[in-house]
Design a protein around this ligand. Structure first.
Ligand SMILES: C[S@@+](CC[C@H](N)C(=O)[O-])C[C@H]1O[C@@H](n2cnc3c(N)ncnc32)[C@H](O)[C@@H]1O
Length: 176
């Protein structure tokens, strides 16, 4: 039988691995401020015609708030502990879905209208490439709402408080 101390050590190792090693794959877990999110969703008019995708969805706070505004919401999250917590917190909400997946390998759902990212500057290039690739593949414009300092390589079409909105137009294969 597994002793209590072995179980505690196992849990600590899991927490260290899932929360610590994620820095090699993307932004570490820090939740967006709920009040900032609500103000931004009102300003950017998130509504029932939206499917919002949170890339690196943490505890799912963005998904739950988007759902309250009537939107469907999908989260990609690599940390299984956070996936479990966010599924638990939204288990009765049919508009919210959380997928355990590395966001850099993710394909966005066809109905995606807006992508939310609490981005770190280090990931700017990868995030831009992901959005452009998916706008091309889906052959439609995609909005990217970033909560962080503005990107250096592209210009926001709108800025509200700590949020910057970018739009990616689908490119023809020769321009893609
Ligand atoms: C700064 S937190 C943002 C959480 C949430 N989006 C919010 O705004 O409250 C970044 C999240 O991205 C997750 N993450 C980092 N790299 C990832 C990757 N490659 N694939 C999926 N999730 C990732 C982390 O585990 C963390 O929960």
């Amino acid at each position: 039988m597994i002793s209590l101390s072995a179980a505690i050590i196992f849990i600590i190792v899991c927490i260290f691995v899932f929360f610590g090693l994620v820095v090699f794959l993307g932004a570490p877990y820090v939740p967006s401020h709920r009040k900032d999110v609500k103000r931004a969703f009102e300003y950017f008019a998130i509504n029932s015609s939206d499917l919002l995708v949170d890339v690196g969805s943490g505890d799912g706070i963005i998904l739950r708030i988007a759902s309250r505004y009537g939107a469907k919401a999908v989260g990609f999250e690599i940390n299984p502990i956070l996936v479990g917590i966010s599924r638990l917190l939204s288990w009765r909400d049919p508009r919210v879905k959380v997928i355990l997946q590395n966001l850099w390998l993710a394909k966005l759902p066809d109905e995606t209208t807006i992508v939310y990212a609490f981005a770190v500057n280090r990931d700017e290039g990868k995030l831009i490439a992901l959005l452009q690739r998916e706008a091309n593949r889906l052959n439609k414009p995609l909005k990217l709402l970033c909560y962080a300092s503005p990107f250096k390589r592209i210009t926001a079409v709108d800025t509200y408080e700590a949020y910057h909105l970018y739009i990616f137009q689908p490119l023809q294969p020769k321009n893609a």
